[in-house]
Design a protein around this ligand. Structure first.
Ligand code: GLU
Ligand code: ZN
Length: 472
């Protein structure tokens, strides 16, 4: 049997971590078994369509290097195929037209609620005779779900799952506007496309018995199911399209690498011993459906940062140099006004969590710090620290040969002179030079920044303190 899996997103919003995980698991399972993976856009629910979401899905997958062997298929282009099957089902009485009005259905719901019954279509149109007056009435098509017996399937992650047929509704498979619905299209597509394994989120477990009943009715093959548990944030809130949804491309903008994100996502619910680092090749080689956890997975940004830092430090030097060169070009920054790219690479490449952090740090060499934008600035730039800055300014002015050693010695001498420890000196200095509370070793920054800018920025900081502390 050739393994075939699919990723079948609806274009109703952005791709988030949960949907990517479904795509990744489906893709890896196919790759691990030398099978194929298809992309299918489930776009029949026009009302919920969100503009740009198809581009967003495709760009997200491409960025992460998740490629597909077939597709993208679009359900909206297959309406004739679905209707053909629905018409046959009506002929064979596997489905029927339902003419009930919204009001009738609503009334039915209220009645059932009042007597404490489970809300379910009451079956009024199941056996309409030819004498029923259908003049111009709009209708939906409902699937004739078996009214007794059970539906049983073996989920690869959760084991055997059983539903009673009498709990299942006669599902609407075609709406009044003539468009077939998700639960029906998915069955026809998986059949036509030869899908062997359906890997998807646990929110679809309740759909599965309905889909299996339709599969049986039309004589299709039942695929193997694997329902992956949900992802929650630190406070236990669910991550889904509607809640806590972070667009996957947002991670790109924030400077995460696709390798790191995939490594992070694959471990959200899947494990292979204690291994934490998985290259794409490792994943393809090792992934299977046996080690997927049944419990929810918890998002952990620290772990993502840790992985991203790891992958950043492994990138070839030339890659990072090109990256930085492009970044400066995009920002219209003339590199000749600052340190050599090679020096920037040396200081930052294994110190930062994200590319964005690297960008921000590199930026300080080309941008005058704006102290008024810094939180708690008065804690570091005040009349007391002004004395420290004055001393530093004098000392730095006198340096003839600007070297890392001399800069370090100068800071140390002042700390002895003022009887302060290094960090008490470094903090105001760091703020004055970078406008940031955190940075790589300040002496090195000062060295790379160059004497002229350093003197200017310390002066600026002193002026800032004076203006800020003027009392009228
Ligand atoms: N289109 C469905 C969704 O986006 C997925 C359907 C499926 O995987 O069966 O949730
Ligand atoms: Zn009806």
């Amino acid at each position: 049997m050739i393994i075939k899996t699919r990723f079948a997103p609806s274009p109703t919003g952005n791709l988030h971590i949960g949907s990517i995980r479904t795509a990744l698991y489906s893709w890896l399972f196919a790759k691990n078994n030398l099978g194929s993976f298809i992309l299918r856009i489930e776009d029949t629910d026009i009302k919920r369509y969100k503009e740009n979401s198809i581009e967003n899905i495709i760009n997200g997958l491409k960025w992460l290097n998740i490629d597909w062997d077939e597709g993208p298929y679009f359900q909206s282009k297959r309406i004739d195929r679905y209707n053909h099957i629905i018409n046959n089902m009506i002929k064979k009485k596997l489905a029927y037209k339902c003419y009930c009005s919204k009001e009738e259905l609503e009334k039915n719901k209220i009645e059932q609620t009042l007597i404490g019954k489970k809300i379910k279509y009451n079956g009024k149109c199941r056996n309409l005779t030819n004498f029923f007056n259908k003049d111009n009435k709009s209708f939906v098509v409902r699937f004739r779900n078996p009214d007794h017996g059970i539906v049983k399937f073996k989920d690869k992650i959760r084991g055997t799952i059983i539903f009673n047929n009498n709990e299942l509704d006669d599902l609407i498979i075609k709406r009044t506007d003539g468009i077939p619905t998700y639960n029906f299209c998915v069955v026809v597509d998986d059949w036509d496309m030869g899908i062997t394994h359906v890997i998807r989120g646990e929110e679809h477990i309740n759909n599965t018995p309905r889909q299996i009943n339709i599969i049986k009715a039309i004589g299709a093959r039942i695929p193997i199911y694997a329902h992956v548990s949900m992802i929650v944030n630190k406070s236990g809130e669910k991550i889904s399209k509607r809640f806590n949804n972070i667009d996957i491309l947002q991670y790109k903008k924030s400077g995460y690498l696709p390798e790191a994100l995939l490594n992070y996502i694959v471990r959200l619910g899947w494990s292979y011993g204690n291994q934490e680092i998985f290259s794409l090749n490792d994943m393809k080689k090792l992934f299977n459906l046996n080690n997927i956890s049944k419990s929810p997975s918890i998002l952990n940004v620290n772990k993502l940062n840790w992985l991203n830092k790891y992958y950043l430090s492994k990138l070839p030097k030339q890659y990072m140099i090109n990256y930085l060169t492009n970044f400066f070009k995009k920002k219209n920054i003339n590199i000749n006004n600052g340190p050599k790219i090679n020096d920037l690479y040396n200081i930052f490449h294994n110190r930062c969590n994200t590319l964005k952090e690297i960008n921000n740090l590199c930026y300080i060499f080309y941008n005058t710090p704006n102290y008024s934008k810094v939180n708690l600035i008065n804690k570091y730039l005040n009349l007391e620290t002004k004395e420290i800055l004055n001393k530093l300014l004098n000392k730095f002015t006198l340096i003839n040969i600007w070297s890392l050693l001399i800069i370090n010695t100068s800071i140390k001498e002042i700390s002895i002179e003022l009887n302060l420890n290094f960090s008490e000196i470094a903090m105001p200095l760091r703020l004055a030079i970078t406008g940031m509370v955190n940075s790589p070793p300040i002496a090195y920054i000062i060295y790379l920044m160059g004497q002229k800018k350093v003197l200017k920025y310390i002066n600026n900081a002193i002026k800032f303190i004076l203006i800020n502390n003027k009392h009228y």
